[in-house]
Design a binder for this molecule. Structure first.
Ligand SMILES: *Cc1c(COP(=O)(O)O)cnc(C)c1O
Length: 508
């Protein structure tokens, strides 16, 4: 980590970073109005420019640099073979307007990925359209809406959401035109069954449930929750962001979920964050399959269709009517009968699909199960080692792939979760855990820790040692924490200002 303040303003009047060859054609005036009169750009030499950007790139922190325990995000290592596969020319050099018979390999990958997700989730059908988890939620709630309307069940307007849910769940509900009703958690971190029962009636669209939930806990009464929701005609929506805890062990559809989104960029690798491309396919049971967003990839058999015999075809490629003879089977795009429509240009975020496909094929079914087992083991190891240092509200329970500790230290009453997170940055954990989620009324001063399966025992032990050191510092030298971070390129920022009024232009 750099400790020197960054010299940011390196512009000097008259300095240039390029030299163009002499002009060998006659000069003419540019048409009026094409150029701006003034454009304040930095003036720097080439070497200064190179150093500027190289220095900035070295300030980047990511999972390829160090531990990234950001709870709820599954910031796992992205094996480099995923990137190699996504960069293959057969994928990168296809155009979305190419006809289906020229892109059989691309469609085949989509079809196989749909099949693998069906099998992992226990679902009957999958659409790869949505571009992220939140987008998958929108797809899922619109599917639930279409399903109820198709049955004339128009009075259903309430979506039930536990108080521990991610903020995207209520946002999705209001974007879908529904009303959200919050359901309390009980004292073991499960859905409060009495509160749920009190809200189950014939106005319920469904329950959006994250399981394991954002406290890292598998709901102990899931079967009762499902019975109550289905009993009043509602549907079970699964927020699949926490699938990393249960892959190959439990299939969400078998647990009672009717529709769920997958976060390919969390569970199946792909670097994410900062708004980078994601992918949030939705899986559904047979009853909901007709409503999926399209198009989806389907397989067809030769004997089902053959428009023309290759040897005896009156059409040329490119002609209207030309449909080459397929091999034994071939892949096409199709629209479910009562589809909610298109959610994304073309076919979704294709590159992320390639990475997820590669990841799943590399690991296989047994490997995916091992991923979840190790993710859960790592989280429990951290929870066990930290529970005497930091309060952990549900430490009496076995956690799943993550857990929520509290940034409260005995003997240091004015230390907050934020101070601990900032001090972690000084100790080399430049991306601290998620803070203040779940919401303070569920867990005050939340520090949500998700190590993922990719970390070694040494990395976890170092993290524990650093958190123990911070607890000690909190008691002996609290100002060290209040003013942290000390060793980062910039000190403590006003994060609200930084998000609300970012300065994105050179010279304002
Ligand atoms: C990440 C996450 C989401 C949203 O997914 P995005 O891919 O970020 O849109 C929803 N719910 C939970 C629990 C999450 O962790």
């Amino acid at each position: 980590m750099m400790t020197e303040p960054l010299l940011f303003e390196i512009s000097r009047p008259g300095r240039v970073g390029v030299s163009t060859p002499g002009c060998d054609v006659p000069k003419t005036e540019l048409p009026m109005g094409l150029l701006r009169d003034a454009l304040p750009l930095p003036e720097v030499a080439e070497i200064d420019l190179i150093r500027h950007y190289t220095r900035l790139s070295q300030l980047n922190y990511g999972v390829d640099v160090g531990f990234y325990p950001l709870g709820s995000c599954s910031m796992k290592y992205n094996p480099k073979i995923n990137e190699d596969a996504a960069g293959l020319p057969g994928f990168t050099r296809t155009h979305p307007y190419q006809p289906w018979y020229q892109v059989q390999g691309n469609l085949r990958l989509m079809f196989l990925l749909q099949e693998m997700l069906k099998s992992i989730g226990g679902f009957d059908a999958v659409s790869l359209q949505p571009a992220a988890g939140a987008h998958g939620e929108l797809a899922g709630v619109l599917i639930m809406r279409a399903y109820h309307r198709s049955r004339g069940d128009e009075q259903r307007v309430k979506v039930l959401i536990p108080d521990s849910a991610h903020g995207t769940n209520p946002a999705t509900t209001s974007m879908s035109g529904f009303e959200m009703v919050e359901i309390k958690s009980d004292d073991r971190g499960n859905v409060d069954l009495d509160d749920l029962r009190a809200h189950c009636d014939d106005t319920v669209v469904g329950l959006m449930l994250t399981n394991p939930n954002t406290l890292g806990l598998f709901d102990e009464h899931l079967a009762d929750v499902v019975t109550l929701v289905h009993g009043c005609g509602g549907l079970m929506y699964g927020d699949g962001a926490n699938l990393n805890a249960i892959m190959g062990i439990a299939k969400p559809a078998e647990l009672g979920f009717d529709v769920m989104h997958f976060n390919l960029h969390k569970t199946f690798a792909t670097p994410h964050g900062g708004g980078g491309p994601g992918s949030g396919p939705v899986g559904v049971t047979a009853e909901l399959a007709p409503f999926l967003p399209g198009p989806i990839a389907v397989i067809e058999q030769e004997d089902a269709w053959c428009a023309c015999d290759e040897t005896d075809c009156e059409h040329e490629p490119g002609d209207e009517g030309f449909e080459p003879c397929p091999p034994e089977f071939y892949f096409r795009l199709a629209w479910p009968d009562q589809s909610i429509g298109r959610l994304k240009a073309f076919y979704g975020n294709y590159g992320v699909m390639v990475k997820a496909y590669t990841y799943i094929r590399m690991l296989g079914a047994a490997g995916l199960r091992e991923v979840s087992e190790n993710a859960v083991l790592n989280a429990n190891y951290l929870q066990a080692r930290l529970k005497d240092v930091y309060p952990i509200p549900h430490a009496d329970r076995v956690c799943m792939h993550e857990f929520v500790a509290q940034g409260k230290i005995a003997g240091a009453p004015d230390i907050l979760a934020m101070d601990i997170a900032k001090r972690l940055m000084d100790l080399g954990h430049a991306h601290p855990p998620t803070v203040y989620f779940p919401l303070p009324r569920i867990v005050p001063e939340a520090l949500m820790i998700e190590p993922t399966e990719t970390e070694s025992k040494e990395t976890l032990d170092q993290f524990v040692a650093d958190l123990i050191q911070i607890a000690e510092e909190a008691r002996t030298d609290p100002d060290l924490l209040h003013q942290a971070p000390h060793h980062t390129p910039v000190g403590r920022l006003d994060e609200v200002q930084a998000a609300r009024s970012p300065v994105l232009c050179y010279k304002g």
